[in-house]
Ligand binder design. Structure first.
Ligand code: KG4
Ligand code: ZN
Length: 377
């Protein structure tokens, strides 16, 4: 079958669904997965925010993982949702095409298409969902919807037998631009949310501090770089007092804003003179806030077999080293994904897709994007 020709059988199923006529026939998934195969090839698509990414996996192994960043947002100091959707629309076909070429896999070899259902920006998600549905119809293969936050966690399971992976249950600290969560992971597809941010995410705290001291968006990596040149004890910021395992970062953002505002009154070059010190002090405070909570979560969950870090902020060098050190001190194996699987990427969507494929959890064409999606959905 030509990759973009229409599978008549499959089309009939959609029409039946659309008009609500129930006819006795094999389920779509039974029909599509009838042929057992040794290796599973998954095409994965991630478009939840401002990166258009496509990956191809053979079982747990990544054959290609392409990410097209959207530089357009830089000049606005943050992601502009409408522009992100437009850029995804332009990029998705070439990125998918390239991912298949790099992997050396033809469309006809694919077993399923995994896509990010949410959480994320609605317009951005819609591009990925629509594209995945269309390709699934065109190729006559199953569709798998993926929760972006679960994908950040399962990034730890990317790779073959040579990669050491966490044992269940483990605790995962997921820190990204939109989320900060402590999750107990009981199995590949079983998650328990133990704590979350009540306001800003850790990534936002990095990005907003970066903006205040004159770095372009996204400023997290630039704070990381500047921290290496600054004194982390130069400025002291109070840590929030939040009960339980929840986080709060909005107070820190305001404290940085006031520090800079007051500093500029005394010294017009305050930012230039103290940029590295501010970056290092803020980074150290964020790391302390995060580690205090994960330490508490470990104490409350004595059955866990390890701790893991996930999400874009896990690319932060200060957090990575402090996290590994804490694992050593507490006698627990600690895991951080490969650098390329920390920030948003489609390979992590593919690994969830693979796990869902094995447990036959497929989506049908009524699947919709969801801007807000709980971790256990
Ligand atoms: O997971 P991610 O790629 O996207 C979301 O799902 O949000 O995370 C992006 C976040 C941004 O806030 C970015 O500044 C932050 O991760 N980030 C970092 C570093 N690299 C990325 N923050 C601090 N240090 C880094 N090295
Ligand atoms: Zn993310």
């Amino acid at each position: 079958m030509h990759p973009f020709s229409i599978n008549e059988e499959f089309l009939k199923t959609i029409q039946l669904k659309t008009y609500g006529v129930v006819v006795s026939k094999p389920s779509r998934n039974q029909h599509l997965c009838a042929m057992p195969k040794k290796d599973i090839y998954i095409l994965a698509i991630e478009s939840s925010c401002d990166d258009t990414s496509a990956a191809v996996l053979r079982n747990e192994v990544v054959l290609s993982n392409l990410v097209a960043n959207q530089e357009i947002h830089e000049k606005f100091g943050g992601v502009v949702p409408e522009l992100a959707s437009r850029a995804h629309q332009q990029q998705i076909v070439p990125v998918v095409d390239q991912a298949l070429k790099v992997a050396g896999v033809g469309k006809e070899d694919l077993d399923a298409i995994a896509f990010t259902r949410g959480p994320g920006l609605m317009g951005s998600l819609l591009v990925g969902v629509s594209f995945a549905k269309s390709l699934s119809i065109g190729l006559g293969i199953p569709l798998i919807d993926v929760n972006h936050m679960q994908a950040h966690i399962l990034a730890h399971f990317i790779g073959g037998e040579d990669v050491v992976k966490p044992e269940f249950p483990f605790l995962c600290l997921t820190v990204s631009g939109g989320h900060t969560q402590i999750v107990k992971v009981n199995d590949y597809l079983s998650f328990e949310l133990l704590g979350k941010t009540r306001d800003d995410a850790a990534g936002e705290a990095f990005d907003k501090t970066a903006k205040t001291i004159g770095f372009p968006y996204p400023g997290g990596p630039l704070i990381d770089k500047a921290s290496k040149l600054g004194n982390s004890k130069k400025f002291r910021f109070t840590k929030p007092k939040i009960d339980g395992l929840d986080f709060s970062f909005s107070g820190l953002k305001t404290a940085v804003l006031y520090l800079v505002r007051d500093g500029l009154k005394e010294n017009p070059n305050f930012i230039e003179d103290y940029r590295n010190g501010i970056a290092a002090s803020v980074q150290a405070t964020i790391v302390e806030i995060l580690l205090d909570k994960i330490r508490k979560a470990i104490e409350l969950n004595p059955d866990i077999k390890g701790i893991a870090l996930a999400g874009g902020v896990s690319a932060n060098s200060g957090l990575r080293s402090a996290f590994l050190e804490m694992g050593d001190q507490m006698g627990l194996p600690s895991f951080i994904p490969d650098f390329q699987y920390c920030t948003d990427n489609a390979a992590m969507i593919g690994i969830v897709g693979y796990r869902k494929y094995l447990s036959k959890e497929f989506a049908d064409l009524s699947a919709t994007a969801s801007a807000r999606l709980h971790i256990d959905i």
